[in-house]
Design a protein around this ligand. Sequence first.
Ligand SMILES: [Ca+2]
Length: 567
Amino acid sequence: MNAEWWKNRAVYQIWPASYKDSNGDGVGDIQGIISTLDYLKELGVGTIWLSPVFESPQDDMGYDVSDYQKIDKMYGSNSDVEELIEECHKRDLKILLDLVINHTSSEHQWFKDSKKSKSNPRRNWYHWAPPAYGPDGQRCPPNNWRSYFSGSAWEWDEATQEYYLHLFAKSMPDLNWECEELREVIYENVMKYWLDKGVDGFRIDTVTIYAKNPDYPYAPVTDPNSAWQLASMHYRNQERNFDFVREMNEKVLSKYNCMTVGEFGPTRDTNVALRYVKQSEKRISMGFQFDTVFLGFGNPNKFEPVPFKLSEFKETYAKWHKYVENNDGWDCEFLENHDLPRSVNRFGSDDPEFWEASCKALAMLEATSSGTLFIYQGQEIGMTNIPKDWPIDEYRDIETLNYYNSIKEKSSNSHISLEKAMEGIRQVSRDHGRTPVQWNSSKHAGFTSGTPWINVNKNYISINAEDQSNDENSVLSFWKKLLHLRQKYLLLFIHGSFEHVDEKNTSIMSYIKQHGNSKLFVALNFTKESRNFDTSHITKESKLLVSNVSSPTDDTLLPYEGRIYLL
Ligand SMILES: [Ca+2]
């Protein structure tokens, strides 16, 4: 077994704006995080990851960086982050920052220079190309690539008479990774800068799309109704991308005892993923896959969700854990992040009758998952989606609001169409994961003494960290117990191989984790009814390690009952 620290420590993701506000301006901040480190330590996580905190115009919540060496003032100062690093390390907590290096903000000095003239030394730090011309001689973008934020991926610059590439918003120009000088600056002035300040690694944004086909070929037409086409075949997982990520490892990561988790995006081929996460490939430590957490999202429009079956969940779960068995790769597990609705709403039930049991069952699944476990803020207390009666005015997420407004426009304000849009928003909006963390039962859930930038979920009176800390049967106490067991039996929980039991069962997910001759058996009822389950692996010698009901009975699992046996 390889004993790198990052394999065994659970990671807690903090989305700073909604985590804890220290100065009453209604926005979470670094000092707020520092004030909760003892809470996180007691929970049993070993690493924290901060979503973007660098200086940014906040067009895309910090994923548009204008200065990589400066903390955005809405979160505090550089010295606050230095203090946070020190306070983490005092408690043996590691800390990761978010590294967004596919693009910068158009407000970054690099881009401002690049834009000045064709001969500026930083011109080729970004992708610039001359126009193409249509049949009537009209000027058009260099190709038909579509931006993820709709429209062409190219923006015209009048001053220098060329287009620049932006796969995301036009205020987020893509960096040109072919430029060696730029890569060196990213390694030295961004990555090493923070690693030398004591940061223990990075979550690496969009790690599969740095290399673009330098010929910028046209994409095949898959959407005949649009001039702009999905062009990922020309920029996702290009051979050059593997070169870049290896170089990043060689020149930076390999020189530090750090961890990296890359965002794979829609990379669905495990053989491609392995090229990033096998240790012998010398690239990154692990990567986030999205097959599992995107289940039920509408395609191509995520706001038109579709029902999904437990069998699909079981299949993708197994696929993305088994792919690193019998090789030197490493995987990770998560059910929530800042872009997703709450897991209890999606995979359990927020119905008061089932909320607690289903939160605990999902915690059992997470705690027994191989690889590095990621927990998202509020997940440990079973925070739920935004209440169904909140109107659109309560939502803040740009993606959600754009969608609502587009339906409003298209349907000429039709009540039926807008209600249908709200149905989707109530299920999949990113804001469900962005309401403030519910710390206690005081005003605004103890998140802020001011006015929160997004409202607190009104169920904070019954769901909050303080009350749960004082209740040994709470969801929070259950998570603590599980994370303790995860460390105690780490070879099985974290490093064990995975095998479904009774795979075809459409109500129950049960499986064996194995390491050497030791085995763990887990059974989880994902329904609101009592169900019989396959008990063939349980013997007299088996020991029930943990269960989420008071008195488990033989071969029947109550609604959302879960059990973990040591065989
Ligand atoms: Ca604040």
